[in-house]
Design a protein around this ligand. Structure first.
Ligand SMILES: [Zn+2]
Length: 427
């Protein structure tokens, strides 16, 4: 029997071990915020990966946002060298999970199995993907111990809150430089037969309109900042939203509704601050002199960041000119450019080949509507040969009764292991 064939059989035998590993990961509640139990999950993974022949380093992201003695941002990086020189293939997974929320019918941190499904917060996003990648590298190294190159597995913090204490921190310290890592696979839940090439861009900004405070019984003596903001929203409805709806990207974004750029009004606040819910008094009569709005603009490869910025600043200028006395400021909070790995990049070709051989079909190529840690590997690490590929359905992420299919994890582990055979074959 061919070693690759033996390896795939071996993965089928590892079903129970894969389920157990995923359950153990789910049972460590790595909730973010606040960023709990990162050290515990890294210690657990260190034991596992040392046993599998990896050298393991634990690194605390000292100085990163939210890192504290109470909630330290720990990251794990494991490396196993082959018998010959060659490329390094890196699997990166985030260890954090989002809050539980309402509506669960199972214990979110028990890792319960019902039939083909394994339940728990983080089951699909993305402890199932992490477990599948570990099983894949273990099966590969057992069957092909004389491989060329190196394999890395990292388990990183804070992806759900921007990745600054995780992949960004590691990338800034050179861990994702193209000299030491050549191929990166992020096992986010994008479906076992799809390759995610990247994501749309993001631009967050705060708009503040300004007026003048006065007694609420004589609004003519003041200038209402909330009405100015109302005019801003009216202008968005008039010109901006229809323009966004007209734009279509060539990026293969899923779901298809996300093939156009979008703008979400994230929050809006004007006038007197809201009181605590136990406050039973009445508000004081005032004309609001300040109103603030946070907008979340998602943009596509066909748009530049400069265009996205000027589209909104021009709109504000138009509104301001039509309203005497109105003050307005626009502050940028942060931006991430769209990321798109080439379809003929080596890691895309290899994973595509593996998908063809496991499922007997061509892979689908997709782009994610929201960002994930690929942005840091691309921008800070300057490593372009990076994709997201992993088991699970993205629409189950962050939902109650989150689950992952056990067979899907096994299938994905096979794709990952075959990718290693392709990229790290000796000679
Ligand atoms: Zn995720």
């Amino acid at each position: 029997m061919e070693p690759a064939e033996r390896m795939l059989r071996e993965i089928d035998q590892l079903r129970d071990s894969l389920v157990e590993l995923t359950q153990e990961l789910i049972r460590i509640p790595t909730l973010n915020p606040p960023g709990a139990n990162y050290l515990q999950i890294c210690e657990f993974l260190r034991r596992r990966l040392l046993q599998s022949g990896f050298e393991v380093e634990l690194m605390r992201a000292v100085g990163a946002p939210a890192d504290s003695d109470r909630y330290p941002r720990y990251n794990l990086l494991a490396r196993r060298k082959g018998a010959l020189p060659g490329d390094c293939v890196h699997f990166n997974s985030h260890t954090d999970v989002v809050q539980v929320g309402e509506g669960w019918t199972v214990d979110p941190f028990a890792g319960q199995v019902r039939g083909e499904r394994l339940f728990g917060r983080g089951a699909c996003d993305m402890k199932g993907g992490l477990a599948a990648s570990i099983i894949a590298v273990e099966a590969f190294t057992a069957c092909c111990p004389n491989f060329a190159g190196a394999i890395e597995v990292s388990a990183t913090a804070d992806e759900e809150s921007g990745g600054f204490g995780g992949v960004a921190w590691l990338a800034e310290r050179g861990w994702f430089s193209p000299q030491r890592v050549q191929h990166v696979i992020i096992p986010e839940p994008l479906n076992k037969d799809r390759i995610c090439l990247g994501h749309r861009g993001v631009w967050w900004a705060e708009i503040e309109t300004k007026g003048r405070i006065a007694h609420g019984s004589m609004p003519f003596l003041g200038d209402c900042a909330v009405r100015h903001m109302g005019a801003v929203i009216a202008e968005m409805e008039q010109s901006l939203f229809p323009a966004l709806a007209q734009t279509r990207t060539g990026m293969p974004v899923v779901p298809p509704e996300a093939k156009q750029p979008s703008l979400n009004i994230n929050s809006i606040h004007g006038g007197e601050p809201e009181q605590d819910c136990d406050f039973s008094g009445f508000p004081a009569p005032c004309v609001p002199d300040r109103c603030r709005m946070i907008v979340d603009r998602r943009f596509v490869a066909e748009e530049s960041l400069a265009e996205v910025r000027s589209e909104l600043s021009d709109l504000l200028q138009r509104v301001k000119e039509s309203r005497p006395g109105m003050g307005v400021e626009l502050r940028e909070l942060f931006s991430v450019l769209p990321v798109l790995t080439e379809k003929d990049a080596p890691v895309v070709r290899s994973v595509g080949k593996a998908i063809r051989s496991v499922f007997d079909k061509a892979p689908d190529y997709v782009v994610s509507p929201g960002t994930y840690d690929q942005k840091h590997i691309d921008r800070i690490g300057r490593l372009k040969n990076c994709i997201a590929y992993g088991p699970g359905r993205i629409d189950l992420a962050h939902q109650p009764d989150e689950w992952i299919g056990i067979g899907d994890m096994l299938d994905s582990a096979k794709v990952m292991a075959l990718t290693l055979v392709d990229l790290l074959k000796p000679g």
